[in-house]
Design a protein around this ligand. Sequence first.
Ligand SMILES: Cc1cc2nc3c(=O)[nH]c(=O)nc-3n(C[C@H](O)[C@H](O)[C@H](O)COP(=O)(O)OP(=O)(O)OC[C@H]3O[C@@H](n4cnc5c(N)ncnc54)[C@H](O)[C@@H]3O)c2cc1C
Length: 391
Amino acid sequence: MRTTVGIIGAGPAGLLLARLLHNAGIDSVVLESRDRAYVEQRQRAGILEQGTVDVLRAAGAGARMDREGLPHDGIELRFDRRRHRVDFPALTGGRAVMVYAQTEVCKDLIALQLKEGGPLLFEAEALAVEDAGTDSPRVRYRHEGRESVLECDYVVGCDGFWGVARKAVPEHLSRVFERTYPFGWLGVLADVPPSHDELVYARHDRGFALLSMRSPSVSRLYLQVPEGTDAADWGDEEIWDELERRFETGDDWRLERGPITQKSVTPMRSYVHEPMRHGRLFLAGDAAHIVPPTGAKGLNLAVGDVVTFARALVHLGETGSAERLDAYSETCLRRVWQAERFSYDMTTMLHRAPGATPFDDRIQLARLDRIATSRAAGTDLAEGYTGFPLD
Ligand SMILES: Cc1cc2nc3c(=O)[nH]c(=O)nc-3n(C[C@H](O)[C@H](O)[C@H](O)COP(=O)(O)OP(=O)(O)OC[C@H]3O[C@@H](n4cnc5c(N)ncnc54)[C@H](O)[C@@H]3O)c2cc1C
């Protein structure tokens, strides 16, 4: 098989890229190792930045998001039994975010791709990217028990952190910047209306907690837990009791309980691979970088990368200039590092590290108090949360 752009991975990055290229009249083939049901059910991100919302709408993939998504104009910070609301539009000149699950973004993009786009092969596992440094890179893959080759003009590795694309960048050209955190998130889905109409980020001496939502009737809640925790070690009532403690306030706010339908633990990691391009292989999304989920940036960064790639390829077609493709890695990395910094700041401000001292606790509270009392500090958080510009 031959195509202009071979895309490895049908997560948000690969699916959106296929859609953007289709809209620009550029053909592509998407290879996805898992089956459709798995990709559509995998619970992950839920917050779309303003720029991501705009991109999905412009790509013709925003209709259901606009019907069913929940626009949010702020978040609540909770610390020392106090509550402080960060008002995004007031601080950013009108920007906001949308709560719409990654599963739904993927379902919408898969439906569009299968109806209007080029081939999207499920259960097609990329085995290796070959000849990335030449003008005709290839993806070797296995589909329906047979090995085949996808000949491409360009390959985009959208295959997540555990994919194969990154391995095609020679080791001596790669630099990795990494930090792992000594804690993770125990995440639960619960069939209960969210106890607050916006996300609540709570800093507590017992650890961080986050109240989020998937819909008006489904809550998504997280607890900071020690690294290596097994979700099965936590009973449902124990989870609710701990959430209640960490969300405690000085007023009469109450946490509603309901049946927990899913439980899992996510490790926390910051990771950047440089460069994000080698020859005609481009890395996008989690294949190139990971952020701890505290800043809600992972999916949004993936969107930024593929928009940058698609625009650069269109620019090449329209002008003959490869300047933007050549600048892909630097363009993306500027935004990536801002998101890394923001996610790191949010993580270290809100989580209690093992061995934290009373001094560390006071510094965290002072950082939160600064956001609550200084418009400049509040604006910095609001700008970071609603998203850094794409260009
Ligand atoms: C619990 C949790 C909460 C999160 N919350 C947020 C949030 O609120 N906001 C946010 O922006 N981000 C969040 N994230 C991060 C976000 O989910 C990821 O950044 C996002 O999924 C990245 O998309 P991607 O397309 O780059 O990679 P992925 O979604 O990982 O997709 C990669 C795809 O490639 C496929 N693949 C892998 N290897 C191969 C191969 N060899 N051949 C073919 N296919 C392959 C995989 O099956 C997968 O479908 C969260 C993540 C987690 C775990």
